[in-house]
Design a protein around this ligand. Sequence first.
Ligand SMILES: [Ca+2]
Ligand SMILES: [Ca+2]
Length: 262
Amino acid sequence: MQARSIQATSCRSILRLRAPNSTRARCVTRVVATCKAASCQWCHYSFGYNKSGDILSTLNPYGKAYLAAGRSADAVRAIEGLDSDGDGFKNADEIAALRFPGDATDDPTKVAAPYRVYTIGQLKSLKQHTQFLLMNATKSDDSYTQYAGVTMENLLKSAGMQAAATNVKVYSPDGFSTFHPLDAPATPTVGMYPVRWTYPAGTFWYNQIADLALNPVGWTDYSSPFCAGRTPGSPITVKCGLKLLVAYSRDGTGLDVLPRGY
Ligand SMILES: [Ca+2]
Ligand SMILES: [Ca+2]
């Protein structure tokens, strides 16, 4: 399992580096003064969801070289001997070392931070947490859904979080990231989700206009079996409260994982 996970990390990194918008995850760290909300804004403040703007401004040197070479598997090979970011290491050597060939501050001499890989079985051996909530999305449908997993707080405790730790940053395989303070600041901001926090209890709302099962232009999926028996306006009770959760199942079904080999 661990070996496969390492392989997966490698492939995902290569894919991320091959993507023209590969700078998102790294740049949010370095331009945090500009992109305060999330890494989405690194591309979309200059290249919008409506595809307007200057997409070249979102590319790092490796992305620009990849674009110039034709954005293909052949393009990756064509530029592998270049040192796109000018840090003294060829692109291929950086990719092989799981470093970033478009980031001059990152190179194969850097030592990876300590990490721990969890299997699903190991996650299930930790204290479990289940919560039903409205998944309120911006670019896809909303849904009432029940998730099961481990709270981020308990996962970090299990992993041996350092006492001096103040926050975590969660990366998705495509490079997006979210920042989470361990504790809520004195003045929380919109969109900030602390780790050690119980979120306000929700209410179950139902509207036929919103129901995708009844209205093709609706926006809410009520198909979860955990919606059964709930009445509009009824409070949603979650044992131990809503938490920041590392979930592995949704409505009783395992969440998607990368296929073998990725
Ligand atoms: Ca380089
Ligand atoms: Ca580099």
